[in-house]
Design a binder for this molecule. Structure first.
Ligand code: CS2
Ligand code: MG
Length: 402
């Protein structure tokens, strides 16, 4: 079997997605997600101009060798653009291998380790009452785990507040939106939100929160301590983690579990965090961390230190990534939880898929491959429309982590 052709499909059913399709000389094809929110065309160009020419004629079954070739052969290693491109190739090759075997992807990884994949939904609101109400809606939908994000008094915008219904899409058309942030207003407010959620809905469900890289280590320690009475499942991205050492300070002050990694693209981004047990969940994803091939190496390292997986699953990761992630999640021994930010009906029409939701769990289905396809005719209805993630500034104008 040989790779005969490969190409990118860029579509925008409400938000931009990049999908790589690899077709073999025997007619079997596989697809992979290559979406990098706000930098989509950088990845499609990397694939079209630099990767695809090297794939033609290769044996698609040599997944590991192709991964090594693309990761090391470029000389310039790592980075979100490179690793998203490699991830898309990897997803597509695993899809082909599973289709040729006539098996759902999870069977090639080692079979089921659980009956379903526990997911968490995204409850949010402009204020505490709206957010408490949204948490209730997710519990009524059967979710066992809910993330809560609320508007912050005194700030016009805050991370994670949806513009629509069940969907949260931070990227906006035109140039990056500039949002104002105040750590003090946030730290004074956050405990009130979680107190209200627990008073209204009790303790018999997992409650999560995303700090979204906004705090310094000591501020994150203060937040973690203040949230201990509310027994969070995790406090996510409490501080920017390029300096992995900074998590040590947070760890010294609080038992609130920590999840980090959605922006990581290499095992080396999280090695120290895992080996020093500075985190409890690793959030690396199939599309960001070089595909199934590298993600399962990260999970194997994490398993040695009792760190569990908690992969990113926002709307800007396409259903192709979600489908692939669910097969990984069903197999991985040290599974924690999977983020599930539902896609829009238009997106689901572009990406028909086998996975399904029931009673707080996602099930990948048993279609051979990862169980997700792309309808190229429908995709063509939605041309690319450049959009950017917001930029954050402090009230004095200082540029801050968004
Ligand atoms: C967030 C994401 O889901 C999350 O945990 O951090 O919504 C993130 O902001 C987006 O994926 C960025 O594109
Ligand atoms: Mg996050």
């Amino acid at each position: 079997m040989k790779i005969e052709k490969a190409y990118c499909i860029v579509t925008c059913p409400g938000r931009n997605f990049v999908t790589l399709k690899i077709v073999t000389d025997e007619g079997v094809y596989g697809i992979g997600d290559a979406t990098l929110n706000g930098r989509e065309l950088a990845v499609s160009a990397y694939l079209e101009e630099h990767v695809i020419p090297c794939l033609i004629g290769r044996d698609p079954q040599q997944i590991e060798d192709i991964w090594q070739y693309l990761a090391k052969g470029a000389y310039w290693r790592r980075g979100p653009v490179t690793m998203s491109a490699i991830a898309a190739v990897d997803m597509a090759l695993w899809d082909i291998k599973a289709k040729v075997a006539g098996l759902p992807l999870y069977q090639l990884l080692g079979g089921k380790s659980r009956s379903g994949v526990m997911v968490y939904g995204h409850a949010n609101g402009r204020d505490i009452p709206e957010t408490v109400d949204a948490v209730g809606k997710y519990l009524d939908l059967g979710y066992k785990a809910v993330r809560a994000q609320a508007g912050i008094p005194g700030l016009e915008t805050a991370y994670g507040i949806a513009r629509g219904k069940l969907f949260y899409e931070p990227a906006t058309k035109g140039l990056p939106e500039e949002q104002i942030w105040s750590t003090e207003k946030y730290l004074n407010f956050a405990p009130k939100l979680f107190d209200a959620v627990r008073v209204a809905h009790g303790v018999d469900f997992h409650l999560l929160h995303d700090v979204h890289h906004r705090l310094t280590p000591i501020e994150a320690a203060r937040l973690g301590k203040s949230l201990e009475p509310y027994n969070l499942f995790w406090m996510e991205d409490p501080t920017p983690a390029e300096n992995q050492e900074s998590l040590r300070l947070i760890r010294q002050h609080t038992t609130t579990p920590i999840a980090i990694g959605e922006i990581f693209n290499s095992i080396h981004d999280c090695r120290e965090l895992i080996q020093n047990q500075l985190i409890d969940y690793i959030r690396t994803t199939v599309v960001r961390a070089g595909g199934i091939t590298q993600l399962r190496k990260i999970a194997a390292l994490a398993e040695l230190y009792q760190v569990r997986t908690g992969s990113h699953g926002a709307t800007d990761l396409s259903p192709v990534c979600m489908g692939s992630a669910l097969h990984f999640d069903l197999w991985v021994p040290n599974f924690g939880i999977q983020e599930y930010m539902r896609h829009t009906p238009e997106t689901d029409e572009v990406f028909p898929h086998a996975y399904s939701f029931a009673d707080g769990y996602l099930y990948p289905g048993d279609t051979p491959g990862h169980g997700v396809d792309i309808d190229e005719k429908v995709a063509a209805k939605y041309p690319y429309d450049r959009a950017y993630l917001p930029v954050a500034r402090l009230e004095d104008g200082t540029l801050w982590s968004w």
